[in-house]
Design a binder for this molecule. Sequence first.
Ligand SMILES: CC(C)(COP(=O)(O)OP(=O)(O)OC[C@H]1O[C@@H](n2cnc3c(N)ncnc32)[C@H](O)[C@@H]1OP(=O)(O)O)[C@@H](O)C(=O)NCCC(=O)NCCS
Length: 144
Amino acid sequence: MLFRPMKPSDLADIIEIEKTCFTADAWSEEDFIYRMNEDTWHFVNLTLEDNGKVAAYLSATVVADEMNIDSVAVSPDYRRKGYASKLINLAIEKARTKFVMLEVRESNTPAITLYKSLGFKEVGLRKNYYERPVENAVLMTKCN
Ligand SMILES: CC(C)(COP(=O)(O)OP(=O)(O)OC[C@H]1O[C@@H](n2cnc3c(N)ncnc32)[C@H](O)[C@@H]1OP(=O)(O)O)[C@@H](O)C(=O)NCCC(=O)NCCS
C-alpha cells in the first residue's frame, strides 16, 4: 500500500472509480486537473495505490485554519480495508488545520458511519444541497 500525491497519470483510474461511486454528480477529469494544476498550497490531493493499482483517492481544500474534504472514494474492490480512514487521517496530518469540515448526502450511511468513526460530529444540514438527485447534505466537523 502506497500513499502519494495525486498525479495526472492517475486520472483514468480515478475517473473510473468516480463514475462508479457518484454517477450523476461525478467530477470530470478537468475538475481534478484544476486541483492538481493550482498552486498546491490550498489543495491536498492524495492517491492510495494497492499493488500498483489506484485503489482510493482524496481531494481537500485548505483555507486558513479549515480543511474541507471535498471528495473521498474507494474502488468497490478495496472497501472495508481501512483505506478511506487512512487517507482522511493522512490529509488531516498534512493540513494541520484546527477544523476539518465536509458535506455528505443524508442517505450515505456508509460514509456517515465512517466519518463518525473518525470523530466527526454532525453540526448542520444544508437543504437541497445536492442535485441529480436533489438531496440534503449533512454538514460534519472535526476539531483537532
Ligand atoms: C464511504 C467509503 C469512502 C468508505 O471507504 P472504506 O475504505 O471502505 O472505509 P473504511 O474501510 O476506512 O471504513 C472505516 C469504518 O467506516 C464504517 N463503514 C465504512 N463502510 C461502511 C459500510 N458500507 N457500511 C457501514 N459502515 C461502513 C465502518 O465503521 C468502518 O469500520 P469497520 O470496517 O471496522 O467496520 C466508500 O464506501 C466509498 O468510496 N463510497 C462511495 C463514495 C462515497 O460515498 N464517498 C464519500 C462521499 S461524502
